[in-house]
Design a protein around this ligand. Structure first.
Ligand code: HEM
Length: 138
């Protein structure tokens, strides 16, 4: 069980590196002057590679979590609350994919300030999920 949990935490950390950094690239994309197409293309390339890289990491983090849950008989309100937050994170991940598509087509109209606030969501989710997973308050 400890090997499964070790890899669960490894892929959670790797997934979150993407969930933290991709919206940061969006902040920079939203600030690129209209005449800087080279910088825009460079940031779009980075964002595309990162999104393709972080998606399987998220799938593995969740698969190993489900293996822990159903393979080792974990239970409790903390796990249900945690899973609900993880479903929210999957939605956030998918939303990042849609925002990336908007940047690619040039139809993104959101400001860099909007993306700075958007960038804080995974931070709050990580804080609550770690407390639920370690402290198990209910
Ligand atoms: C549906 C997805 C997930 C499920 C079903 C799940 C389930 C679990 C289970 C059953 C454990 C073992 C708890 C224990 O040993 O006490 C665990 C550990 C852990 N999970 Fe998840 N997890 C999921 C996603 C995540 C995510 C997204 C994060 C991070 C944000 C996360 C963070 C952790 C941490 C930090 C631990 C170690 C807790 C400890 O050792 O006390 N998990 N997870």
């Amino acid at each position: 069980m400890l090997w499964v949990k070790a890899f669960h935490i490894l892929f959670v950390i790797s997934w979150f590196a993407g969930l933290f950094y991709l919206p940061r690239i969006f902040v920079n994309l939203a600030m690129v002057p209209a005449d800087s197409s080279a910088e825009r293309e460079r940031l779009l390339l980075m964002a595309g590679k990162l999104f393709r890289f972080m998606t399987p990491l998220g799938v593995l983090a969740i698969a190993l979590g489900l293996w822990l849950w159903f393979g080792y008989g974990f239970s409790g309100g903390w796990l249900h609350a945690k899973t609900a937050l993880v479903i929210g994170l999957v939605g956030y991940h998918a939303w990042c994919g849609m925002l990336l598509a908007e940047f690619r087509t040039g139809s993104s109209i959101k400001s860099h300030v909007w993306f700075r606030v958007f960038n804080e969501v995974p931070v709050l989710a990580l804080l609550v999920i770690c407390i639920l997973a370690v402290v198990k308050p209910f």
